[in-house]
Design a protein. Structure first.
Lengths: 192, 337
C-alpha cells in the first residue's frame, strides 16, 4: 500500500512538471518495459527505440492520467503494448501472421500427454512456442509469467474482464502443451 | 520443474545496467525537450478575452496590456463608457472605441465590430434628434459613414480570403434599413430651420430635385463630385449594404464647407434606374422624397467610390434580399414604391 502511495506521489509530482520525478518512474519500470518489448520484437536495437518511445509517451500523456482500476502499471503497459503493435504495423509484419493458434486448438486432445508438461524444454523452443500463440494469449503469458501481473491488471491492459483473462490463460497453456507435443514428435521422427 | 516455471525461466531478460543508464540519459533528455515544446506550444493557446467584444478575441500580450491600461487605469475611460454625444467625455469614448477596434485581428470580427459601432451611431443620432440636439447629428452621421466604410472594406477583404461574410452582409443590410428609417422620420425642416446645414454636412445645395441639400450623405470630396438629385432612387440604393457607398465616405472631421469639386464628375456617373420619387416630382410626401434623394445620393457615391461597382451591386442585392427575407419583405417593398 505504501508503495502505491509513493507511486501516486511521484506521478503527481511529474504532473506538476517535476522532471526528476519522471526519472524515478523510469528507474522503477524500465527493466520490465524493456523485457516486455524485447520478448516481442526480438531485436535489441528496435526494443531500445520502442522502449524510449514508451517512456516519452508516458511523459507526454501523464497529465491526463487519472488513478483508477488497476492503476498506473496497467496504464503504462497499455501504452507499451500499443507501441509494439504500431511497430509491427509499420513493418507490415503482424505477429499474428505467424500464429497458428486456431490450428493448435483444433488438434485432438488425445495428443496431450501429461508428462510433456514435466519434460525439460529448451528455452528457445519455449519462446518459439509462445510466438505461435494468438496475440491475446501471448500477451497473457508474457504479462502473467514475465511481469507477475494479476488477472485484473492484465484485463486492464487488454481491455478485457478478469474472467476472460483466466479463460485466455487456460487456452494459452493448453495450446503450448499441444505445440510442445508436436515439437517433441518432430524431434523423434527426425532422430528416427 | 513444471511448464509454467520453465516458461518463466525462458522469458527472463537480463537488462545490462549500462544499457539502463544510457537509455536513462537519452529518455530524460528527450523528456526535457518535450517539456520545453509543451511550454512553447501552450503559450499561444492562451486566449485573452475582452468582455466588451461579442466573441473571444486572441490578442498579442502587448495588445492585451494596452487594453488593460485603457480599461483599468484610464479613469475617464470607464466614465465615458456610456457618454452621450453631448457629453464632454464623448471624445474619450470614441478614442476608446477606435483603440478597441484596432486590437481585433480577424477581418470578419473587425467588420462586425465596425458595424456594431455604426449601429450605435444611429442610436445616438436617433437620441439626439429626439432631444432636439440636431447640431450633433452631422458628426455622428460622419462617424457612421466611416464605420460603414471600414466594415465594407474589411468585409471585401474577408470575402477575397474566402471567409464566410453572410452574417456581415445581413447585419450591414439591416443597419442600412435602420439608417433610412431614422433619417426618413427626422424633422429635417427643423434641422435646417435652426441654422444647421442639415443632418448630413452639406456641400452641394443645388442638386436638381433632390429636396433639401441636407440630404447629402457624405461630407467628403467623393460625394461632392456627384450631381445631387439627378441620380435616381432605386430599390438597390441601400446605403450600407456590403460594397455600397459608405466606402466613399469623406473625412468626418472635415467641416462641411471644405468640400470641393462639387459636381465635377457628375457626367461620368451612369444612373442605374430612374425613379420619379428621387426627382422630387412626387409632392404627396416630402419626407419620402427626401429619403429617396438621400438614397439616390448614396447610390451615386457607391458607384463613384468603388472600382468594382458591379460586384458591389451584387453584394447590395444579396444583402437586400437577405434583409427582405428577414423583414418579411413587406416593409421594404412599401418603402421602395
Amino acid at each position: 500500500l505504501s508503495e502505491k502511495k509513493e507511486l501516486a506521489r511521484v506521478i503527481k509530482s511529474v504532473q506538476d512538471g517535476n522532471l526528476e520525478a519522471f526519472g524515478l518512474i523510469y528507474d522503477r519500470f524500465f527493466d520490465s518495459v524493456y523485457a516486455y518489448v524485447l520478448r516481442q520484437v526480438g531485436v535489441p536495437a528496435d526494443a531500445e527505440d520502442i522502449t524510449a518511445g514508451v517512456f516519452l509517451d508516458v511523459f507526454e500523456r501523464i497529465d491526463g492520467f487519472v488513478w483508477r482500476g488497476a492503476g498506473f502499471t496497467a496504464w503504462l503497459f497499455q501504452i507499451a503494448r500499443n507501441d509494439v503493435l504500431d511497430y509491427f504495423r509499420k513493418r507490415r509484419s503482424p505477429r499474428n501472421e505467424m500464429a497458428i493458434s486456431e490450428e493448435i486448438e483444433a488438434m485432438p486432445a488425445a495428443l496431450m500427454v501429461e508428462d510433456v508438461a514435466q519434460k525439460k524444454w529448451d528455452d528457445r523452443e519455449l519462446r518459439d512456442a509462445i510466438d505461435l500463440l494468438s496475440d491475446d494469449q501471448r500477451q497473457v503469458v508474457l504479462l502473467r509469467l514475465m511481469l507477475n501481473f494479476s488477472h485484473r491488471q492484465i484485463g486492464e491492459v487488454l481491455d478485457k474482464s478478469e474472467g476472460a483473462i483466466k479463460a485466455l490463460q487456460h487456452r494459452a497453456y493448453a495450446s503450448l502443451r499441444k505445440i510442445l507435443v508436436d515439437v517433441d514428435k518432430e524431434k523423434v521422427s527426425t532422430v528416427a | 520443474m513444471d511448464l509454467e516455471d520453465q516458461l518463466k525461466e525462458a522469458l527472463k531478460v537480463d537488462v545490462p545496467p549500462e544499457l539502463k543508464l544510457s537509455m536513462r540519459e537519452r529518455i530524460m533528455n528527450e523528456a526535457r525537450l518535450s517539456q520545453g515544446r509543451k511550454q512553447v506550444v501552450a503559450a499561444p493557446r492562451r486566449r485573452w478575452h475582452l468582455p466588451f467584444l461579442p466573441k473571444p478575441v486572441r490578442l498579442h500580450p502587448v495588445a492585451f496590456a494596452s487594453v488593460v491600461f485603457l480599461s483599468v487605469f484610464a479613469g475617464t475611460a470607464a466614465a465615458s463608457g456610456s457618454a452621450s454625444p453631448d457629453s464632454l467625455l464623448y471624445p474619450v469614448r470614441q478614442k476608446i472605441e477606435d483603440a478597441r477596434i484596432s486590437l481585433v485581428r480577424s477581418d470578419v470580427d473587425r467588420a462586425q465590430a465596425e458595424l456594431e459601432l455604426a449601429d450605435q451611431r444611429l442610436t445616438e443620432v436617433s437620441d439626439m434628434l429626439r432631444e432636439g440636439k440636431d447640431a450633433y447629428v452631422p458628426d455622428l452621421l460622419a462617424r457612421y459613414e466611416t464605420n460603414m466604410s471600414q466594415a465594407i472594406s474589411l468585409r471585401d477583404q474577408a470575402a477575397r480570403d474566402d471567409r464566410d461574410v453572410s452574417e456581415i452582409d445581413a447585419l450591414a443590410a439591416a443597419i442600412a434599413v435602420r439608417h433610412d428609417e431614422i433619417l426618413s422620420s427626422a424633422p429635417l425642416s427643423e434641422a435646417m430651420g435652426n441654422g444647421s446645414a442639415g443632418l448630413y454636412s452639406n456641400e452641394d445645395a443645388d442638386g436638381a430635385g433632390a429636396g433639401p441639400a441636407a440630404a447629402r450623405p457624405h461630407a467628403g470630396n467623393s460625394s461632392a463630385s456627384v450631381g445631387g438629385g439627378t441620380m435616381a432612387s432605386t430599390p438597390a440604393a441601400q446605403p450600407a449594404a456590403p460594397g455600397a457607398g459608405a466606402a466613399a465616405s469623406g473625412n468626418p472631421n472635415n467641416p462641411p464647407d471644405v468640400a470641393d469639386n462639387q459636381g465635377a464628375d457628375a457626367a461620368d456617373i451612369e444612373p442605374e434606374e430612374e425613379d420619379s420619387a428621387g426627382n422630387g416630382s412626387d409632392n404627396d410626401s416630402s419626407d419620402r422624397s427626401r429619403s429617396a434623394s438621400r438614397r439616390a445620393d448614396r447610390t451615386a457615391v457607391a458607384d463613384v467610390g468603388s472600382s468594382d461597382a458591379p460586384s458591389k451591386q451584387k453584394h447590395r442585392d444579396s444583402a437586400k434580399r437577405k434583409t427582405d427575407k428577414r423583414r418579411g419583405g413587406a416593409s421594404l417593398a412599401a418603402r421602395n414604391d
